[in-house]
Write a protein that binds this ligand. Structure first.
Ligand code: GDP
Length: 296
């Protein structure tokens, strides 16, 4: 398991929970992500101009929460396929005027398979015909009994449109995070996961990395899959250049030689030579595997 490190207890400090929003199409995933982000903009944190880097952070009650802004299922499947656990909490959005639908079930399955706790956001409670009790009943039949009914799942009734109860949602996420005791060693060599990547015509490979351990700094040599690189610049979710990134931070990293896939593990290594050696090793292994597959 790549993400089991033997850090000593005294090196571990609390880190932000990483939250993914999933749910049936049109139930309000995008709207809820936007609404939550706007609480931060309103609080003057994000400086107004938000840049899309596949993740963002909000600050609430003195704590930080990282939201993955990539399509939930994609993030889960691509990353889990490689054994990487990126999400600490899954928010499953269910429209109160529609109830549980096929992709709601899929989302529940994904979260269970990844062994990630679920918070249910019952969305669109502003709408006529909203029936949050029905949603609770339907999801209870799927094993998600609400805590207010004696079960173990937290539900929050929200409206991404009117912004009703967004603070309560953030409160709930922090309560669930607290129980998970999320910690990381910020003083190790940095590692994390690619959550998005693209080739930008002007800037070259642009790779959004979620830092999971250690501190990444400008000039660090690193490798992701078969792509070596050296950190030339880092840009945070506000669009600002930063000198370092710590566990829980999503950052755009410039300086990769190529474009690693989402889900690849990113590791800072001792030097460029080591980065190239590891990348080469991986490429050789991939070639051998693909040859073996073709040979049947
Ligand atoms: P997604 O497919 O899950 O990302 O859903 P969207 O965020 O695109 O929302 C689907 C539709 O529902 C859009 O027309 C939204 O404006 C609308 N919508 C989302 N949240 C709410 C809400 O809380 N109340 C109301 N009335 N409409 C909402």
């Amino acid at each position: 398991e790549e993400f089991e490190y033997d850090d000593a207890d005294e090196d571990l400090v609390e880190r932000p929970p990483v939250v993914t929003i999933m749910g049936h199409v049109d139930h309000g995933k995008t709207s809820l992500l936007d609404a939550v982000r706007s609480t931060e903009v309103a609080a003057g944190e994000a400086g107004g101009i938000t840049q899309h880097i596949g993740a963002y952070q909000v600050h609430h009650n003195g704590k930080t929460i990282t939201f993955l802004d990539t399509p939930g299922h994609q993030a889960f499947t691509a990353m889990r396929a490689r054994g990487a656990r990126v999400t600490d909490i899954a928010v499953i959005v269910v429209a109160a005027d529609d109830g549980a639908r096929p992709q709601t079930d899929e989302a529940i399955d994904h979260a269970h398979a990844a062994d990630v706790p679920i918070v249910v956001a019952v969305n669109k409670i502003d709408k006529e015909g909203a029936d949050p009790t029905r949603v609770r009943t339907e999801l209870t039949q799927r094993g998600l009994q609400p805590s207010e009914w004696g079960g173990e799942t937290e539900y929050v009734d929200v409206s991404a449109k009117t912004h009703q109860n967004l603070e309560e949602l953030l409160d709930t996420l922090l309560v669930v995070a607290e129980l998970e005791e999320l910690e990381a060693n910020p003083n190790a060599e940095a590692s994390g996961v690619v959550i998005e990547s693209k080739l930008d015509p002007g800037r070259g490979p642009v790779v959004t990395v979620l830092i999971q351990r250690g501190t990444m700094r400008i000039g660090d040599a690193l490798v992701a899959g078969a792509e070596p690189g050296r950190v030339r610049a880092m840009i945070d979710y506000r669009g600002e250049r930063v000198q370092q990134a710590v566990p829980g931070d999503p950052v755009e990293v410039l300086g990769f030689d190529g474009v690693p896939d989402a889900g690849e593990v990113v590791r800072v290594v001792a030097n460029d030579r080591e980065a190239r050696r590891l990348a080469q090793e991986r490429e050789t292994r991939e070639k051998a595997e693909s040859l073996a597959r073709r040979a049947g």
